[in-house]
Design a protein around this ligand. Structure first.
Ligand code: 7TS
Length: 408
């Protein structure tokens, strides 16, 4: 386990909620921010604020340097070849939409197949439904089996139809399942498809190496990995990004403009129209420094130990059913969705909140997955580097009290 002193880095963790010390178990929705990231944000506004790529004055150059340095750090963090492969968006959702609206609109045509999976977040379902409407493509979903893993045999069958794109969630935000990204990618490439991975729930929690996985695109969000809101990342292989048309048009993404037509800027700027979210990008660079200092492998180990501890205890709560694998911790992430036989998930979340414990309830933007397993909603506890076994114990005690309340 990581040293619990790490908690001192996160000012919000010393809050009391409803008179109790905060237990923050809603990390899959968004994570808390360390002081180093908050300080960087303030420092940027106090010492560097200007627009980037526009002026030759001192501040503009300083802001530009901070923005570009952040991209270089992110490229190193995921082992991309260059910062040219790192596009900043608002969030993982926008990153996925960027691929849909560029590659989807320009390269897909009627009857082309896109393969996704049944365990996607809505952000990797809706964009393809929109492209389906525009371009009359087919979208198929790899089934989730009863053991909450993807049905790879069905996937192989779908691949025989020569899809143009395979897109899948690396770690499910509900089931916790970690999909075999390298193998899925290898098979997709063999069938001639592009590969887009939704890394929103994997990049914050494990060491990701895009060269090793060999995916063509990877989408993730800063705010789920201790960074500021308002910054998302789309990694894309340079040779593919070079071929794509821009996503949005405007300032900074152009080379030369006439009234009739225009040419595009170099990568990655071709995909970043208008003034970007400079301050949050600079602070995102500090976020990467922070995570690297702790070490992604140690973060992963910490969460694995914590989720294993939590699963053992949760299984013993009367009437508690886990939605996802409850044993194979090596292939699942640190989030546990569950239902209690005697209480509605919203009541569970509300009663836990009264004890200062933050969990989420709902369908977690994965409604089709819930419906497939005949659930309308679940509660979900999701862990991160600063959570402890003592906090898990508090949640278990609170859940026992909920069961007592509803069962008696
Ligand atoms: N993909 C996955 C797997 C996610 O879990 C989420 C957010 C997204 C994409 C979208 O991320 P965004 O930053 O663009 O919003 N998931 C959740 C969640 O589970 N609870 O709140 C947000």
């Amino acid at each position: 386990m990581l040293d619990p002193k790490i908690r001192d880095d996160f000012p919000i963790l010393s809050l009391e909620v409803n008179g109790k010390p905060l237990v923050y178990f809603d990390n899959a929705a968004t994570s808390q921010k360390p002081q180093a990231v908050i300080d960087k944000l303030v420092e940027y506004y106090e010492t560097s604020n200007a627009n980037i790529h526009r002026g030759i004055h001192y501040l503009s150059e300083k802001a530009t340097e901070g923005y570009e340095e952040s991209k270089k750090k992110v490229a190193r963090f995921i082992n991309a070849k260059s910062y040219k492969e790192i596009i900043y968006t608002r969030n993982a959702t926008e990153s996925i939409n960027l691929v849909a609206y560029t590659l989807g609109l320009s390269s897909l045509s009627k009857g082309d197949l896109v393969i996704s999976t049944e365990m996607e977040h809505h952000s990797n379902i809706i964009p393809w439904q929109i492209i389906k409407k525009h371009k009359k493509i087919d979208v198929e979903f790899v089934p989730v089996r009863d053991d909450y893993t993807l049905d790879i045999d069905e996937y192989k069958k779908l691949l025989q139809r020569k899809p143009k794109l395979v897109t899948f969630v690396h770690a499910s935000n509900v089931l916790g399942t970690i999909n075999p990204a390298k193998e899925i990618t290898r098979l997709a490439h063999k069938a001639g498809a592009f590969v887009l991975i939704d890394g929103a729930q994997s990049v914050p929690h494990m060491k990701i190496d895009v060269e090793d996985i060999d995916c063509d695109f990877l989408a993730f969000s800063s705010h789920k990995m201790c960074g500021p809101t308002g910054i998302g990342v789309l990694y894309g292989k340079q040779e593919i990004l070079e071929e794509l048309d821009p996503f949005m048009g405007g300032g900074d993404m152009i080379n030369h403009v006439t009234y009739e037509e225009s040419t595009w800027n170099k990568l990655p700027w071709k995909f970043e129209a208008g003034t970007p979210n400079i301050a949050d990008a600079v602070a995102f660079g500090a976020t990467v420094d922070y995570l690297e200092k702790i070490g992604m492998r140690d973060i992963e180990k910490h969460e694995r130990e914590l989720v294993s501890y939590a699963l053992d205890k949760m299984k013993k709560v009367k009437g508690l059913e886990i939605f996802g694998q409850d044993d194979r911790v090596e292939s699942r992430g640190g989030m546990v969705a569950f239902t209690l036989k005697y209480a509605h998930p919203h009541d569970v979340a509300q009663l836990l909140d009264e004890e200062g414990i933050a969990v989420r309830s709902g369908h977690h933007c994965a409604q089709p997955l819930h419906e497939k397993f005949k659930k309308s909603t679940t509660s979900r506890a999701s862990f991160y580097l600063y959570n402890t076994k003592e906090e898990v114990d508090k949640m278990i005690a609170a859940l026992d009290r909920v069961v007592e309340l509803f069962h008696s």
